[in-house]
Every structure is written in structure tokens, then in C-alpha cells.
Design a protein. Structure first.
Length: 426
């Protein structure tokens, strides 16, 4: 039994890791406040999945004698971290950010060497399915409960700071505040992107499973659930990603003159469109307000993003060479704009610009080289890999969580691991 556990510890542990990836349970060691309000970007702590990743990597290094990182990567990473430590006003945030990058690399390694990738993707879908129904439940009851052991925060649409859609039903003069689904994540935009990834992987598994009836029934149930949850997130970036992926898949199949490929994806695509059509029919006012961008909160969102962009330009213009240090963007905003309103202490909603602001021009060049390498490898690997990259592209250009949050790095690590594993080639 002990021998079996030793020989299969990495496999079993990686399965648990992928299943628990959405779990946001963490120990918060320090909570920083801005204007008497806690700010997550300035706080630091330890996530439950971090412990699991560290154990798996230590086991891989000392038991299987695996080389997790190349010497060139470690050298570049060390130089970047030292520079950040030298210029950053908050050294602890640099260390935390550096650890996130290393652990994300570890996640990528563990996923890329996993032999039964179809099984691993199935686990990922099952883990997301629980999250999807949590988000669907939040959508229908219009409330999200808190649970410290599951890493869940309370979200009430009546309270300021909660992500909502504001609309006026039946031409009423009093607006209704409709909660956007969070799932277990920190923001509906993250939840929306994860549901989009679930849709893509579920469709791929439906095609791969062929005539396995029971598996296909469960996967179609998952696909319908992810589609409902994606709608419930009201994430325009995730919706945009869904359209981009759909266009890419059909264009690629058409260019390859593959009627067989088009026929295979037709049923799951119709199922996804059908779910969206039903949800839009019953929640047309919320959808119209969110997608049209003409509402008060939507206009405020646009103006806020413009402000964040201007703040980002100010930081980049003064720190374009070395940056302000990994994880220190908000710390620098505090220094530059001490009289900001609490809600304006937000990262710029563009990952390349955020990377430039924190790590300087050399950090940005390394990041762009990384994106180019992964995109090239994805193109060589097949439709699934490219679709995953496309799904993340709106979040990369129109949001910040892929770089500013713990889960963002782990999400990238997982996707990179899938892409680098050559067993996934469809």
C-alpha cells in the first residue's frame, strides 16, 4: 500500500489539485486597509492549494528526481525578483507575487506530465460543475453566503461594492439591483471566464468520448450548466471570448474543409446557443442593460477604466525601465494619488500594461515572449489549445486578474500545462 502511494502520489495529488483549483480557501496573514476599507491587493497570506502544490513539487524533486524549472528560467526569475525587491516600496508583496509565479510554473509542470489528460480534464470539468451550480444558485436566490473554510465571501446586491446589473423593469422609476454570479471566485468576471473554459473543455470531451453514452450525458449536463452559469456571470469579456472561440473553431474547420469536424461540434454548439437564447428570453432586461452598455453602472465602469488607464500611464511614464516592483501597483497608486476614493485603488485593466508598470520594459518583453511561445505551441497542438488561448484573450486585454490575483497565475499555469502536454492534439 505504501509503495502504491509513493508511486502514484504525484498522479493522485495532481488530480486533487485540478479538482480543487477553484477553491479560494486561504489564511490571511495581514490585511491592509485604505481609508478604513480592506484592500485585497495589498494583503498577503497563504492559499490551501499552495500547500498541496509545494508538497507535490517537493515529492517530484526528491523522489522522482524531476527537474521542475530550467536553469535559464530560474536565473531570469531571480534577476527579475531581485530588481523588484530593490525598487518596490512593499517587499512582502514582491515575495508573494514571486511565489505565485513559481507555484504557477509548478502547476504547469504537474499538468503537462500527467499521462491520462482526458481523465484530468474530466476532473476539471467536474470540479467546475460544482462551482457552476453554486453560481446558478446565487443567480436565482440573489444572494451569496460566506464560508471561511470554502473561501466564500458574502455578496448582497443591496450593499455597495457588490457586482450587479442595474435595470428598470417595466419602465419603473426605481432600479432593481441584480446580483451577478460569483461562484467561489473573487469577481464575476473570473467566474465567467472559468465557465467559458468549462464549455470549451466539455465540448472537446463530448467529441473525444464518441459513443460513450453515459459520459456524454454527464458532459452535456455540464455543458448546459456552464452555459447557464456563464450567462449568470454577466461578464462581457467572457461572452466576447465565447464568440471569438466560436468564430475561430468554425473558420478553422471550414478552411480545413472538414465537414466531419463541423458536424461533430454542431450539437454541443446548438445546445450552448439554445441555453443562452432561453436565458436571454427570460432575463432580457438584464441582458440588454449589460450588453448594451448604456446603463448608469455600465457608463461608470467605462469611466472608471479610463481613470485606471490614466493612472497606469502615470506610473509607466515614471517607472518604465525598472517598474515599481511585482505586486506593488496599488502601493504606488497610494503614493501617487493619496486622496483617491477607496474604489479607485484598482489595477489598470490591461495585463501587458500592468506587467510593464510592475516589472519594467524587460519584464514586459519577457512576458510577450512567453505569450508568443505559448501561442505558437498552442497552434501546433490543435484546436483545443488555441481555443483556450483565445478564451483568455479578452481577460488579458480588458481585465487585470490574470496578473494581479493568485488564481490568475494558477489559471495560466493550468492552461499552459494543457497546451504543453502533447497528448491533447484534437
Amino acid at each position: 500500500m505504501i509503495k502504491f502511494l509513493k508511486n502514484n502520489f504525484l498522479k493522485i495529488g495532481t488530480c486533487f489539485l485540478v479538482f480543487l483549483l477553484p477553491l479560494q480557501t486561504r489564511w490571511i496573514a495581514n490585511i491592509e486597509e485604505v481609508e478604513n476599507t480592506s484592500n485585497g491587493y495589498l494583503s498577503w497570506g497563504l492559499y490551501a492549494v499552495d500547500v498541496l502544490v509545494v508538497l507535490l513539487l517537493l515529492f517530484a524533486i526528491f523522489y522522482f528526481k524531476k527537474n521542475i524549472f530550467s536553469k535559464s528560467f530560474l536565473l531570469i526569475f531571480l534577476i527579475l525578483s531581485i530588481v523588484s525587491l530593490c525598487v518596490a516600496p512593499n517587499k512582502i508583496l514582491v515575495i508573494q507575487h514571486a511565489m505565485w509565479i513559481l507555484l504557477a510554473g509548478g502547476v504547469s509542470f504537474l499538468v503537462s506530465v500527467f499521462k491520462d489528460k482526458t481523465f484530468l480534464l474530466g476532473l476539471f470539468v467536474f470540479g467546475l460543475l460544482i462551482n457552476a451550480w453554486l453560481g446558478i444558485w446565487q443567480f436565482f436566490v440573489q444572494f451569496s453566503f460566506a464560508n471561511k473554510w470554502l473561501g466564500l465571501s458574502q455578496h448582497d446586491p443591496a450593499l455597495p461594492g457588490t457586482s450587479i446589473v442595474e435595470f428598470y423593469p417595466f419602465s419603473q422609476t426605481t432600479p432593481v439591483r441584480w446580483l451577478r454570479s460569483y461562484g467561489s471566485f473573487d469577481h464575476p468576471n473570473i467566474f465567467g471566464v472559468m465557465m467559458l473554459l468549462g464549455i470549451i473543455i466539455a465540448i472537446w470531451l463530448i467529441i473525444e468520448n464518441g459513443n460513450k453514452k453515459n459520459e456524454k450525458i454527464l458532459l452535456y449536463f455540464s455543458l448546459v450548466s456552464f452555459s447557464m452559469a456563464l450567462f449568470a456571470s454577466f461578464s462581457r469579456g467572457a461572452w466576447m471570448g465565447l464568440v471569438f472561440v466560436g468564430v475561430f473553431v468554425f473558420v478553422r474547420a471550414y478552411c480545413q474543409n472538414s465537414n466531419k469536424a463541423l458536424f461533430k461540434i454542431l450539437k454541443p454548439v446548438i445546445a450552448t446557443i439554445g441555453v443562452f437564447a432561453i436565458m436571454i428570453f427570460f432575463y432580457s432586461e438584464q441582458f440588454s442593460m449589460r450588453s448594451g452598455g448604456s446603463g448608469r453602472l455600465e457608463q461608470k465602469s467605462f469611466s472608471d477604466r479610463e481613470l485606471y488607464f490614466q493612472q497606469g500611464k502615470e506610473i509607466v511614464s515614471s517607472n518604465w525601465f525598472w517598474g515599481v516592483g511585482m505586486g506593488n501597483y496599488i502601493e504606488q497608486i497610494k503614493i501617487n494619488n493619496p486622496n483617491n476614493e477607496v474604489w479607485n485603488y484598482q489595477p489598470v485593466h490591461n495585463v501587458p500594461m500592468l506587467v510593464l508598470a510592475e516589472t519594467g520594459i524587460f519584464g514586459l518583453l519577457l512576458f510577450l515572449m512567453f505569450l508568443a511561445f505559448i501561442s505558437f505551441f498552442a497552434w501546433q497542438n490543435g484546436t483545443l489549445a488555441v481555443s483556450l488561448i483565445i478564451a483568455l484573450s479578452p481577460a488579458l486585454m480588458l481585465d487585470h486578474w490574470l496578473w494581479s490575483s493568485h488564481f490568475g497565475f494558477f489559471c495560466i499555469g493550468f492552461i499552459v500545462g494543457i497546451i504543453l502536454n502533447k497528448r491533447v492534439t484534437t
